[in-house]
Design a protein around this ligand. Structure first.
Ligand SMILES: Cc1cc2nc3c(=O)[nH]c(=O)nc-3n(C[C@H](O)[C@H](O)[C@H](O)COP(=O)(O)O)c2cc1C
Length: 207
């Protein structure tokens, strides 16, 4: 059974544009056959702080020095999160744009799991992503509309989709599809039309 890790990064639940579009994708996948869905909601997941013993564990690991008991415990929590990425066949993400980037709770998750021997390797040959088996679909919601050649363009202001694609590529994910759903702050009609269009794209992608 196809195993999907669904990372939800909007705290808006059913009112979230990114979540509604991602849900259309997941519903369409499910219509094709049973899926094993692991939902990682960054707002309700108990993400451990990345300081103290966890940070010391990272540097000890990089230096090749043994971890003490507190560092081992902190690292086990990080590796347990990483295991959910490694176990997935596909990663689906619903992500609002916040201040041109991603919400801080998603950045927290990314900082936790982007670790040597958790999601990537590093040796004499350089870096290697450990998620080479996975594909990814990312739904990026925005309040405005980003138009090439204008001041409000992805080229000028996108630290959301471009960042997520670079991050997933770094982790080895080869096939990454992005769906943007814009105009979330441009009135109810524009917003609903954008969601319907993006949801149709999402269903096509699942098919
Ligand atoms: C804290 C915060 C910051 C935001 N920053 C931006 C932004 O920089 N650019 C933008 O186009 N929209 C911005 N928005 C609007 C959201 O991206 C928009 O409402 C989107 O639909 C949110 O996705 P969601 O509905 O899935 O939560 C911001 C919203 C919030 C709450």
């Amino acid at each position: 059974m196809k195993r999907i890790l669904y990372i939800q990064a909007s705290p808006r639940g059913a009112r979230s544009a990114s979540e509604r579009v991602a849900q259309s994708y997941i519903d369409a996948l499910r219509a094709k056959g049973a899926i094993d869905l692991d939902v990682l909601d960054v707002w309700t997941e108990d993400l451990p702080a990345f300081d103290g013993a966890a940070l010391e564990a990272k540097y000890a690991g990089l230096a090749g020095t043994p971890l003490n008991a507190a560092q081992k415990a902190a690292w086990a929590a990080i590796d347990a999160l990483g295991a959910r990425f490694r176990a997935a066949d596909e990663i689906v993400m619903s992500v609002p744009m916040w201040n041109f980037g991603v919400p801080y709770r998603l950045k927290h998750l990314i900082d936790l799991v982007t670790q040597k021997d958790v999601t990537f390797t590093f040796d004499a040959n350089g870096f290697g992503g450990m998620l080479r088996r996975q594909r990814a679909v990312i739904v990026c919601a925005r309040g405005l509309e980003y138009v090439d050649g204008t001041p409000i363009s992805e080229e000028n202001l996108d630290y959301q989709k471009a960042y997520l694609m670079s991050w997933l590529s770094f982790l080895g994910v080869g096939e990454i599809k992005a769906i943007t759903v814009e105009k979330g702050l441009l009135g109810a009609e524009a917003r609903e039309t954008a969601i319907a269009e993006a949801a149709a794209l999402a269903r096509d992608l699942a098919a």
